[in-house]
Design a protein around this ligand. Structure first.
Ligand code: ADP
Ligand code: MG
Length: 324
């Protein structure tokens, strides 16, 4: 079934923002120093604030897309960033500018690039680093979910690092598809990239916070194996792999992966959203704590998730797990 992407997009958008939108030209205040990324409707450029010398990432968003005015979508993206402003795992919005054709979001700069680069590199990160990054991602996701927000586009391209080597802390970016839950009725939309989205999105079933946890499972899979679990040769095949939850847990793919990592991923890549653990529950999975003394201490976060506070007890993973 083909559905119109755009029909649902106007529903339930947030419209209230605190950040003033300035009409001052960006290039009079910042020196643009190169491209960081590019999507369908946005270009992100590195820039230096002339007055302070501080580096930012400027996300240039086109207001007109496919002949439609999308200013409301951009305001919504700003509103979501503002709600998550106090969380260190979410990229900070510094300022906003507007021209005839674009709105520019001046964002905290994440100098380490995408964790995607660590999913496709010859040299994968050690598991102690991966668990640290997954833990931080869960902290951010938990904060969003507590604020009734779902990201809906979590993927290795939207999780950035503050520094590259050694890998710094994560920053979640790209809130273009994020939605507030429970405002008006249930949320059903077709969005995101098939490779990374949960079966309920492809089946046009209700979206919940569990939808993001599927994506966390995909990200963890990619970081430990260097492979995308559902990517097929074409879109059709990818859809089928996702909806059948056809995942390769073979010895070859997981030769250097711990059993606890496999157990963590298996619990997230589950078809029924209600059977996936929440972000808070994931935080107490033993995989995330087995390496905690291997790395130097992390800097404090503004709102750390309270460890093991949810009271959820993980069953001890069986030695040999069978497919359901
Ligand atoms: P899109 O909606 O086009 O995917 P994103 O917000 O995901 O836009 O930005 C596109 C890319 O630009 C990201 O995947 C990342 O590589 C880069 N990028 C975005 N924000 C930042 C940032 N704050 N610091 C550094 N790079 C960034
Ligand atoms: Mg993106």
């Amino acid at each position: 079934r083909r559905l119109d992407n755009r029909s649902g997009l106007s529903a339930g958008l947030l419209a209230e923002i605190q950040t003033p939108i300035s009409t001052e030209p960006v290039d009079s205040l910042y020196e643009l120093t190169g491209e960081l990324g590019r999507g369908k409707f946005a270009t992100v450029k590195r820039c230096v604030e002339k007055a302070t010398g501080k580096v930012f990432a400027a996300k240039f968003l086109r207001k007109r897309r496919r002949g439609r005015d999308c200013r409301a979508e951009i305001i919504h993206e700003m509103a979501v960033l503002e709600i998550a402003r106090n969380n260190a795992r979410v990229v900070n919005l510094h300022a906003a500018y507007e021209t005839d054709h674009e709105i520019v979001l001046m964002l905290e700069y994440a100098a380490g690039g995408e964790i995607f680069d660590h999913c496709v590199s010859e040299e994968l990160l050690p598991e102690a680093q991966i668990t640290r990054l997954i833990k931080q991602t869960l902290e951010g996701v938990n904060y969003l979910h507590q604020s009734n927000l779902v990201h809906l586009d979590l993927k290795p391209q939207n999780i950035l690092l503050t520094s590259l080597s050694p890998p710094g802390d994560i920053k979640i970016v790209d809130f273009g598809l994020a939605r507030r839950l429970g405002a008006v009725g249930e949320l059903r939309e077709i969005l995101g990239t098939p490779e990374y989205v949960a079966p309920e999105i492809l089946n046009y079933e209700p979206i919940t916070t569990a939808t993001d946890l599927w994506s966390v499972g995909v990200i963890a899979y990619m970081l430990v194996t260097g492979e995308s679990p559902f990517a097929g040769d074409d879109k059709q095949e990818t859809y089928l792999n996702v909806s059948q939850v056809s995942v390769d847990y073979s010895k070859e793919a997981f030769s250097r992966v711990s059993e606890l990592a496999v157990d963590f991923i298996r619990k997230l890549l589950v078809k029924a959203p209600e059977d996936r653990p929440s972000a808070a529950e994931c935080m107490s999975h033993p995989w995330l704590w087995q390496h905690q003394f291997c790395l130097s201490p992390e800097p404090a976060t503004t709102h750390p998730i309270r460890e093991r506070s949810c009271g959820f007890k993980w069953p001890v993973p069986p030695k040999h797990t069978e497919d359901k």
